[in-house]
Design a protein around this ligand. Structure first.
Ligand SMILES: Cc1cc2nc3c(=O)[nH]c(=O)nc-3n(C[C@H](O)[C@H](O)[C@H](O)COP(=O)(O)O)c2cc1C
Length: 182
C-alpha cells in the first residue's frame, strides 16, 4: 500500500512535519509512505495548467500513484496555509488526481483548538468538484493534536504522547480499511 502525505507547513521545525515523520516510521510495516514536497511547486497558474513544470508533473504523478493520501496541516488564521491550498489547486485541475482518492486529514497546533477550523475548511475544499476526495468519515476519526509543545520528543522530534499515539493507531486502522475498500 502506497500512502502520500502532504504537509501544510514548510518550516524546518514544523510540528506537522514531525507528525508526518512519526506516521512514516510508526506504520512502516503497514504501508509505504512518501512525504511529498510542496515547497517547490510554483503558484498555480491556469495559463500553464496543461503544460506545467516538472515539479508539478512529478507531484501530480505521485498523488495519482498513491493508494491514499494523508493531509497534515497547521491552522493559519482559521484556515489552511496558502502553500497547501496552492498544492490542492494544482491537484484539482486537468486530470483531477484526487477524485475518489481515499484521504484522511490531521493537524497539530500549539494552542487548544488543535486545527479544527483549518480542518473544517480543508474538508470543504476536499469536497469541491475538482477535488472530490474519498474522505475518511470524521466521526471518531478527527486527529486534532492540540497543546503540542509537550507531545513531541525534543531530540527525536517524534510524537511521544501515549494517548495521542493510541488514538492515532485507531484512526490509521480505519484509514487502512478505507484504502483497502474496492
Ligand atoms: C501565519 C500564522 C497564523 C496562525 N494562525 C493560527 C490560527 O488561526 N489558529 C491556531 O490555533 N494557531 C495559529 N497559528 C499558530 C500555529 O498553529 C503554530 O505556529 C503551529 O506550530 C504551526 O504549525 P507547524 O509547527 O507545523 O509549522 C498561526 C501561526 C502562523 C505562523
Amino acid at each position: 500500500m502506497k500512502i502520500a502525505i502532504l504537509v501544510g507547513s514548510i518550516r524546518k521545525e514544523s510540528l506537522n512535519m514531525k507528525l508526518a515523520n512519526t506516521i512514516k516510521d510508526r506504520y512502516i510495516n503497514k504501508f509505504n509512505t512518501e512525504i511529498l514536497d510542496i515547497r517547490n511547486l510554483p503558484y498555480y497558474d491556469q495559463d500553464i495548467e496543461t503544460t506545467p513544470p516538472e515539479s508539478v508533473k512529478d507531484f501530480k504523478q505521485k498523488v495519482k500513484e498513491a493508494d491514499g493520501i494523508i493531509i497534515i496541516t497547521p491552522e493559519y488564521n482559521w484556515s489552511i496555509p496558502g502553500v497547501l491550498k496552492n498544492a490542492l489547486d494544482w491537484l484539482s485541475r486537468v486530470d483531477q488526481v484526487v477524485n475518489g482518492k481515499p484521504t484522511m486529514t490531521a493537524g497539530v497546533s500549539l494552542g487548544l483548538m488543535g486545527t479544527i477550523r483549518a480542518q473544517l475548511h480543508l474538508r470543504e475544499i476536499l469536497a469541491a468538484p475538482g477535488v472530490q476526495a474519498k474522505l475518511l468519515k470524521p466521526a471518531g476519526n478527527e486527529v486534532l493534536i492540540n497543546l503540542a509543545a509537550s507531545k513531541f520528543d525534543e531530540i527525536t522530534g517524534e510524537l511521544v504522547d501515549k494517548g495521542t499515539l493510541k488514538f492515532l493507531d485507531e484512526v490509521i486502522e480505519q484509514f487502512i480499511a478505507l484504502v483497502s475498500q474496492k
